[in-house]
Design a protein around this ligand. Structure first.
Ligand SMILES: Nc1ncnc2c1ncn2[C@@H]1O[C@H](COP(=O)(O)OP(=O)(O)O)[C@@H](O)[C@H]1O
Ligand SMILES: [Mg+2]
Length: 350
C-alpha cells in the first residue's frame, strides 16, 4: 500500500538544487494526500520566482511515480511563509533593517518643494563621507526616485527577500519599482502599512549607517502610517521660503511632534537664485522664511539650498547633482547638511 511514510522516504532523495539539501529535511513538503494510488502534495519553495521550480516539480513527480502502487502524482507549488523562512535562515545577517543604525525620514508640508531632490542629494552627501547609506522611496503618491536616479530595472528576489538595487554606492528601493504605469495602484491605509513593513523587513538592506526614507508629502494617512513604521526615525522637513508653504510645514511639524518623532531640522529649498552675472542673491520665493520657522518652532535650520538649474537637470536626466557637480556651490550646501546630520546623534525631542 502507498503510505505517507513511503512518499517521504522517496522524496528524501529529491534535493532543492539551490540549497543542495533534501526537500524533506528542509520541510518543504506539505499536505500529502493519497487516494487510490493518486498522490497529491504541496511543495513550499523559498520563492515562487525560483528559476528551478520546474525541475523540482519534475524530480518530485518522478520520485513518487517510481513507488510501486502509485498511478500518478500531482504537485502544487507555494512560497514559504515568513516563519518558515526564518526557521530556514535563522540568522540571516542581511535581512531587513536589523543592521541599519539610523533612519532619516524626509518630509514636507506639500508636494513639489524638492523633498525627493533633498533626500537623494543628502543620501549621496552622507555616502561621500564614507558612510554606508540606503535610500527608500516611500512616496506612495509619486515615487520619483527611479527616474531621478536613472533606474529602470526591477529588483530581484532571493530566499523570499528583495535585493535592493545599487547605484552611485546607495542601496535603493522604491514603491515605483513595483508599479505599473498603466495600472496605478491606489494605496489604502492598511495596505500602505503592510507595504512599508515589507519594504523595511523583507529587503536585504544589510549593514547600513543610514537609511534615508523619502516620505509622501503632507500630513495624510500614508505619511503618518509610514513614519510610525520606521523605528526611531529622525526627521528632516523640507520647505520653500514662501508663507503658504510654511503654514503647511508648521502643520506637518506639529503632527510629527504629536507622534513623538524626533526632528533633526529644517532644510529650506529654492531659497534664492544666484544670478551668474552678479553677486546678488535673488529671493524669488521670499526671504528668511525657513530661518523664522526654525526659530519659532525651536528646530535647527540645517541648510538653505539655492534654485539651481543643475539640480533640476540632474533630476531629469537621472544623474543627481552630488554625482555630477559635487563641488559646486549647491553641492557644498548638501555636504554641509550631511556633515551636520552625521554629527547629530539625536533629534530635537518634542
Ligand atoms: N533647488 C532647486 N533648484 C532647481 N530645481 C529644483 C530644486 N529643488 C527641486 N527642483 C526640481 O523641482 C521639481 C520638484 O522637486 P522634487 O524633489 O521632485 O519635489 P517633491 O519630492 O517635494 O515633490 C523637480 O523637477 C526637481 O528637479
Ligand atoms: Mg518627491
Amino acid at each position: 500500500m502507498v503510505t505517507k511514510q513511503k512518499i517521504k522516504e522517496a522524496l528524501k532523495r529529491v534535493k532543492d538544487p539551490e540549497l543542495n539539501k533534501s526537500i524533506i529535511d528542509l520541510q518543504m513538503v506539505k499536505d500529502i494526500h493519497i487516494a487510490d494510488g493518486q498522490v497529491r502534495l504541496t511543495v513550499a519553495l523559498t520563492t515562487l520566482r525560483c528559476p528551478m521550480k520546474q525541475k523540482i516539480v519534475a524530480d518530485v513527480k518522478q520520485a513518487i511515480e517510481e513507488i510501486p502502487g502509485v498511478s500518478g502524482a500531482e504537485v502544487e507549488l507555494t512560497a514559504m511563509s515568513r516563519e518558515e523562512l526564518n526557521r530556514l535562515f535563522p540568522k540571516h545577517p542581511l535581512m531587513g533593517i536589523k543592521k541599519v543604525k539610523r533612519f532619516i525620514a524626509v518630509a514636507s508640508g506639500k508636494g513639489g518643494v524638492g523633498k525627493t531632490t533633498v533626500a537623494i542629494n543628502v543620501a549621496l552627501a552622507l555616502s561621500r563621507e564614507g558612510l554606508k547609506v540606503g535610500l527608500l522611496d516611500a512616496d506612495v503618491y509619486g515615487p520619483s526616485i527611479p527616474v531621478m536616479m536613472g533606474i529602470s530595472q526591477r529588483p530581484e528576489s532571493e530566499h523570499g527577500m528583495v535585493v535592493p538595487l545599487e547605484k552611485f554606492d546607495l542601496k535603493i528601493m522604491s514603491f515605483g519599482f513595483f508599479l505599473d504605469e498603466n495600472n496605478p495602484l491606489i494605496w489604502r491605509g492598511h495596505l500602505v502599512g503592510r507595504a512599508i513593513k515589507q519594504f523595511l523587513d523583507d529587503v536585504m538592506w544589510g549593514d547600513l549607517d543610514y537609511l534615508v526614507v523619502d516620505l509622501p508629502p503632507g500630513t495624510g494617512d500614508p505619511s503618518i502610517t509610514i513614519a510610525q513604521c520606521i523605528p526611531s526615525a529622525l526627521l528632516i522637513v523640507v520647505t520653500t521660503p514662501q508663507e503658504v508653504a510654511l503654514a503647511d510645514v508648521k502643520k506637518a511639524i506639529n503632527m510629527f511632534k504629536n507622534m513623538k518623532i524626533a526632528i533633526l531640522g529644517i532644510v529650506e529649498n529654492m531659497s534664492y537664485f544666484q544670478c551668474a552675472h552678479s553677486e546678488e542673491k535673488i529671493a524669488i520665493f521670499g526671504q528668511g522664511g525657513g530661518e523664522k520657522l526654525a526659530r519659532q518652532m525651536d528646530i535647527p535650520l540645517l541648510g538653505a539650498i539655492p534654485i539651481d538649474m543643475e539640480l533640476r537637470r540632474g533630476g531629469d536626466k537621472g544623474k543627481p547633482l552630488m554625482i555630477d557637480v559635487p563641488d559646486s556651490e549647491t553641492g557644498k550646501v548638501f555636504k554641509e547638511i550631511a556633515r551636520r546630520v552625521s554629527s547629530m546623534k539625536h533629534g530635537v525631542h518634542p
